[in-house]
Design a protein around this ligand. Structure first.
Ligand code: NDP
Ligand code: A1CAB
Length: 270
């Protein structure tokens, strides 16, 4: 399967790195990337063909992954308008709706919306997928194959739910990194040096996530098992509750979802 990426930034590099690690041949992967520095990094790191603008070779792919920023998409896809045929086009852009992308592409409808996340780089991504009704089983399989190479996938039945996936797992790694930063800073405030505090925070998040993934029990049950009555964890969790932690998370995720919808509405007017 030949895959071309439009845009070779953070997320495309995570996907390409993941695909290469999973055994996809670099010769089957291409990138169209404006920046010369970006192109030479992708060529150097992964051995993929990287070009500045679309040419026939870049167009001759089975799957075209649109990986530029939402605000760059309309201009970036213009050179392809009316030149696509059987390619499955997978947009990973936050917010952008398939109807708008289809219009910018001159009416191409073999479109899939995907929302991956950066752990794709280590094969631990999670991607939400939604396909236009005109995409058959083969097209859905092709899109899922790309994303399954870098982690797991879930299909959602409504396109609007991709904004929810974006808010939970697309942006989610940043929330977890932020929590790690805060836990490390809290450790440093107790007198640990930076390296020790980071190790304590990182290994805790890694171990807890692994335990939760491996367990049949709900995270709430695992949490209760750490929480001795009248003990230290109970004191910390009471402090979280007093500060409204669940509501803080709910509001943050709602803000991300609303921003996705807003981006789609604003940029779709063009
Ligand atoms: N980062 C993440 O965790 C995730 C991002 N996404 C989505 O992925 C997309 C890319 O995000 P991200 O990788 O972070 O962004 P980046 O800005 O890192 O990557 C976009 C790349 O595309 C290049 N580019 C811009 N215009 C063109 C063009 N016309 N032709 C070719 N290349 C072009 C940019 O160059 P230049 O910098 O010079 O403009 C840049 O290198 C976004 O739509 C985002 O919503 C989805 C899931 C997770
Ligand atoms: O912040 C963003 O808009 C993108 C989409 C999900 C993660 N990064």
């Amino acid at each position: 399967m030949k895959i071309t990426f439009l845009g070779g930034g953070n997320m495309a590099a995570a996907l390409i790195g993941g695909l290469v690690k999973q055994g996809f041949a670099a010769a089957d992967l291409q990138v169209v990337e404006l920046s010369a520095e970006g192109r030479s990094k992708l060529q150097g790191d992964f051995g993929v063909r990287a070009v500045e603008a679309f040419d026939e070779q870049a167009l001759a792919c089975d799957v075209l992954v649109l990986a530029v920023k939402p605000q760059q998409m309309k201009v970036a896809v213009a050179p392809m308008a009316g030149r696509l045929d059987q390619q499955i086009v997978v947009s990973i852009a936050a917010g952008l709706r398939l109807a708008d992308i289809s219009r910018w592409l001159g009416g191409h409808t073999r479109l899939v919306r995907a929302m991956p996340n950066t752990p794709a780089l280590i094969g631990a991504g999670i991607t939400g997928l939604y396909a236009d009704a005109s995409v058959g089983a083969e097209g859905r399989e092709a899109a899922a194959r790309v994303l399954n190479a870098v982690g797991s996938t879930v299909w959602v039945p409504e396109e609007a739910q991709i904004d929810g996936v974006t808010a939970v797992s697309g942006s989610g790694p940043a929330y977890v990194f932020h929590f790690i930063e805060c836990l490390q800073a809290a450790g440093e405030s107790l007198g640990f040096d930076e390296a020790t505090a980071r190790k304590l925070a990182l290994e805790t998040v890694l171990g807890a996530a692994r335990l939760a993934v491996d367990s049949d029990e709900a995270p709430a049950v695992l949490r209760e098992r750490v929480t001795s009555k009248g003990g230290t964890t109970a004191a910390a969790l009471a402090s979280f509750a007093a500060d409204g932690f669940p509501a803080i998370v709910t509001r943050a995720v709602a803000a991300a979802e609303a921003r996705g919808r807003e981006l789609g509405e604003q940029l779709g007017q063009d």
